[in-house]
Design a protein around this ligand. Structure first.
Ligand SMILES: C[S@@+](CC[C@H](N)C(=O)[O-])C[C@H]1O[C@@H](n2cnc3c(N)ncnc32)[C@H](O)[C@@H]1O
Length: 237
């Protein structure tokens, strides 16, 4: 042990806090490997695999592990998503800092993540609604969801496992269970503004199929406004 201390940013700290003690962890898209290194230094893992698609991030990750004296306790693998990991090697899968559509394709390529033996901790950078929709349609359930602000940007973090769940279109955009989250109101407003900008773009396009899509988005905006009222009521503001 090097005795060096590693401080995680708020986003990764929330993920680290949700990793069960004694987990067999796989961190997909590990880049600097801060998460597996921190958890290993804290003695929180049974085993750790850190994967990345590219060699540059992987060597950065190895560098972090070496710097903190835990290189021999983390396996580094170069692979696309979970293609280089077998289901028995991990009980906890973290996929953080990737776009929602990228997380979807990684999970779609590893159906074993919905076998009931795995906890998934997911943090999409973008298009969280696509991820939530995929999860509901493919045998997963969102067990908890929380928002975290890191360097001025807000991110949703989802804990997911096998199950069934139905979400309304508003919840796909506004979060599965953020009604008591102190940041929930701000998140809902951000989603409404994002949809408003998309509707304005579709209106400018002036094509019939664009008009149909804009109508659909306006309906979602109405559901988000209702959720926002619910959030205000639940949080006394
Ligand atoms: C922005 S970094 C996120 C690093 C870290 N997970 C975090 O949350 O801070 C995204 C990393 O994911 C990797 N990546 C992107 N697509 C991937 C895929 N399909 N499989 C594995 N790694 C991927 C990239 O190479 C990059 O290192």
């Amino acid at each position: 042990m090097s005795g060096r201390r590693l401080e995680l940013p708020a986003r990764l700290q929330l993920l680290a806090d949700w990793v069960p003690r004694g987990a067999a962890l796989v961190d997909v898209g590990t880049d600097h490997a801060y998460l597996p290194v921190w958890l290993t230094l804290e003695g929180r893992l049974r085993s750790a695999i850190a994967c990345d698609l590219r060699s540059g991030p992987l060597s950065r990750g190895r560098g972090t592990a070496e710097h903190y004296g835990v290189l021999d306790r983390i396996k580094f693998r170069r692979c696309d998503g979970l293609a280089g990991v077998s289901p028995q090697e991990a009980d906890t899968v973290v996929i953080a800092g990737l776009g929602g559509e990228n997380i979807v394709s990684i999970l779609a390529g590893a159906a074993w993540t919905a076998d009931g033996n795995h906890t998934l901790l997911l943090q999409p950078q973008t298009r969280a609604e696509e991820l939530r929709a995929f999860l509901c349609a493919n045998g997963y359930a969102i067990r908890r969801e929380r928002l975290v602000v890191d360097r001025g940007t807000m991110y949703p973090v989802l804990e997911v496992s096998a199950g069934t769940q139905n979400l309304t279109p508003g919840q796909m955009y506004g979060g599965a269970c953020l009604i008591y989250d102190p940041l929930g109101g701000r998140y809902l407003v951000e989603q409404i503004l994002r949809l408003q900008a998309a509707v304005a773009g579709l209106n400018r396009a002036g094509r019939p199929e664009a008009a149909q899509k804009a109508d659909h988005m306006r309906n979602i905006m109405e559901s988000l406004l209702e959720l926002w009222e619910e959030w205000r009521h639940a949080n006394g503001s």
